[in-house]
Design a protein. Structure first.
Length: 153
C-alpha cells in the first residue's frame, strides 16, 4: 500500500518511528514532512498528505501532531479526505468499517504506547463494509461537491 505520512515538530519522533515500521511491513512510504523537530505549522503537512490521498498518489495517509486534533481538522478541509483521530483499536476499526477513513490522525502522546503499532495495523488492514455506510459516504462526497439536496422531513 502507498501511504503518505506527515507530522509537525511535535509528531516528528512518532512519524519517524512509524515510517520504519511501515516500510518493514512492506508499504511504500511518501514522507511529506516535517523533516526535523524544529517548530513548524501542522496544516502545511495535513494539506500535503490530504492532497496526496485525494489525488490518488497515496492509498492512505497518516498524520501526527501533539494531539492529532489539529491534523484531523486541517486534513478534513481537503475535498475527498475522511480523516479520523484514533486513540483506541475500536476507533481504528470502526472508522474504517463504517466511515471508510482514508487518513489516520494520531497524537504524539501515543509514541511510547506499544499498542500504537497495532492501532495503525488495524486501521490499515480493516476493510470498509460498504452497504448502508456507502450511502453516508456518498452523501459526504455530494456535499463536498455542493450537489447534495437537503432531505425533507
Amino acid at each position: 500500500m502507498r501511504i503518505a505520512v506527515g507530522s509537525d515538530h511535535r509528531g516528528f519522533a512518532l512519524k519517524s518511528r512509524l515510517v520504519k515500521y511501515l516500510e518493514e511491513a512492506g508499504h511504500e512510504i511518501m514522507d511529506l514532512g516535517c523533516s526535523c523537530a524544529d517548530a513548524c505549522n501542522y496544516p502545511d503537512f495535513a494539506f500535503a498528505v490530504g492532497e496526496a490521498v485525494a489525488a490518488g498518489a497515496a492509498d492512505r495517509g497518516i498524520l501526527v501532531c501533539g494531539t492529532g486534533i489539529g491534523m484531523s481538522i486541517a486534513a478534513n478541509k481537503v475535498r475527498g479526505v475522511r480523516a479520523a483521530l484514533c486513540r483506541t483499536l475500536e476507533d481504528a476499526l470502526m472508522t474504517r468499517r463504517h466511515n471508510d477513513s482514508n487518513v489516520l490522525a494520531l497524537s504524539e502522546r501515543s509514541a511510547e504506547d506499544p499498542r500504537v503499532d497495532e492501532l495503525v495495523r488495524t486501521w490499515l488492514d480493516t476493510p470498509f463494509e460498504g452497504g448502508r455506510h456507502q450511502t453516508r459516504i456518498d452523501g459526504i462526497t455530494a456535499y463536498e461537491a455542493r450537489t447534495m439536496k437537503r432531505p425533507g422531513c
